[in-house]
Write a protein that binds this ligand. Sequence first.
Ligand SMILES: NC(=O)c1ccc[n+]([C@@H]2O[C@H](COP(=O)([O-])OP(=O)(O)OC[C@H]3O[C@@H](n4cnc5c(N)ncnc54)[C@H](OP(=O)(O)O)[C@@H]3O)[C@@H](O)[C@H]2O)c1
Length: 356
Amino acid sequence: VTDRRRAAVLGAGGYIGQEFARMLADHPYFDPVLLVSGDRTGGRRLEEVWHLAEEVPAALRSQRLVAATPKAVAAEADIAFSALPGGVAVPVESALSRLGVAVFSNASDHRADPGRPLLIPEVNPEHLGILPRGSRSAPIITNPNCSATGLAIALKPIVRPLDPRTVHVATYQALSGAGFPGVASLSIADNVVPFIAGEEEKLARETPQLLGSPRGRRIVPAAITIHPQCARVGVREGHLEAVTVLARRRPTLAEITSAWRSFDPLAGLALPSAPHPPIALRAEADRPQPLRDRWAGEGRARGMQVVLGRVRWTPPTLRFFLLSHNAVRGGAGGSVLNAELAEAKGILGARPSRGR
Ligand SMILES: NC(=O)c1ccc[n+]([C@@H]2O[C@H](COP(=O)([O-])OP(=O)(O)OC[C@H]3O[C@@H](n4cnc5c(N)ncnc54)[C@H](OP(=O)(O)O)[C@@H]3O)[C@@H](O)[C@H]2O)c1
């Protein structure tokens, strides 16, 4: 009998940690046996600390969050999904990797490390090739910044037809992007804050890296300059982005929309959380909207589709809006899909067979 892999969720009391619990509770490959807390939620049942709008998953409702050292995690789990804050993540995730636990991380700490793949399965699966071969440590695979995720998915199909030189992007980012409890209500009600610490730097650095190519054990970034301007808005979930692409080539508008519509690079792989297609193109004049489009995608892939709209092509300038669920596509769901791809590619080794 082949069982689900035993999984730990690190930072399970926070926003992304709870999305992990929601997405993994009945996952066909991974069984969340351990919910690891920080100081605030330690010792409490998941239902007592739950703050997502969706129901707490029945299978995990009574499970207690526990403090656990990397050694204690490694004794229980084969794989870890990490929602640890930046700064805290490196020592914990590195220790787990050395103990043979594969880590799928949301933290920005490892993203600049040239030996760690920054992965979106539809965009750059070939970047997994930079993982060291024959290493005794288990892999650490990170997903990119939540705004860079939506942008890289939207740009990937049009890189070839347009050959973008420069991309300007203005973001309208949801409150949950700052975690729980996040931005103080009196700072954001009746307001828009035109600054998110470190966000513009992450978008500018990670997007060309995601669209880049492996050379040996390194990734050579794509020759595209990103000019971001990031703002926090009073929306609960879903990052909206206004994108302006300056192109070197001049395809027709039909060629551009067809590149988006036909994009489905994971079509043959049957990964449980992969949306098909990963991009939904809306024709209405007033879409995408966070309220209406954040949960695009079906079944396990709910919230995993990136929704595009308001496409305008005045060569050499392409303009459009995109919407991507920051905590699902840009957070927990991105890591779960990365783990599903790693499983499908045999990177996690044989599935455990424990018998019953
Ligand atoms: N929010 C998003 O949309 C988003 C998207 C992509 C990536 N990320 C990244 O994902 C990570 C988590 O973000 P978040 O939004 O979920 O933040 P969050 O709501 O603040 O949650 C972080 C959680 O980490 C726990 N924690 C802190 N130190 C710990 C430790 N030493 N061991 C175990 N748990 C510890 C805290 O637990 P206690 O509550 O028990 O103290 C807290 O619940 C961050 O690295 C963030 O940058 C977030």
